[in-house]
Design a binder for this molecule. Sequence first.
Ligand code: ZN
Length: 282
Amino acid sequence: MGWRFEYRPYVPVAQRRAAAAREVAKRTKNGATVSPVRIAGRAIASTFWGKAWCTNLEGYSDFENRIPRGRTYVRNGSVVDLKIEQGRITALVSGSELYEIRIDIDPLPKAQWLALKTHCAGKIGTLVELLQGKLSNAVMETVTDRKQGLFPKPTEIKMRCSCPDYAGMCKHVAAAMYGVGNRLDSSPELLFKLRAVDHLELIEQAIPSTPTKGKGKNAAPTIATSDLGAIFGIELGDTPVAKTEPKKLTKPTAKKAITKATKPKKPLVPKISKRAPIPKKG
Ligand SMILES: [Zn+2]
């Protein structure tokens, strides 16, 4: 490490984690849920949509100097909460403190979506194929196209972070952006939600208009979204599902941290004066 002007003392990762866990516990007390980003293996993202998201980010010269600094952060579990909604990404990233990140993403322009649907018409067989990225090369090129595809361009992204170092894209924002790539591994449909488009329309376009003759089973053009979890659970095996984990994992950690930090080391059995009777309690 070279000389740098640091305004705050270096805070070890373990200490940062404990502080973040306490802060998160505070927030989840009122019923809020957190969805941390956990990177299981080496790769931040390992499916088509997740990888394509990261590749897209890394491809813009606007970001190329800044985005890499988010990699370490997202890998070491600093993104303690990440939520993707329509047009918005929010995150809590643990740095010297816990920082709040908000990233606004413009909706996909209507004309662009229409063009995409036309391009993909009849080329995407099922919803599962779409979400798993089992697409023909032509479709893949279309949806990942830098200008006409689904991913947001730098001009369509507005980023904010509560950290004091914030300038353009800090490492916290970069970590959150990588976190999105990871999240798309388990929930690829969130990309469409983020861009405010209905991914089912890509499939509907693809269904030949002769369903009247089709019988029962084969006529069903799409699969209910509720079934996807099950399908992905089987297909994707060890892909972490963030939704259910956070409470389990963050709370005990937080408690532990608090107990350690606040409980003074005292003998377990305090000296009780001779006469004081211990009142019986139910
Ligand atoms: Zn920041």
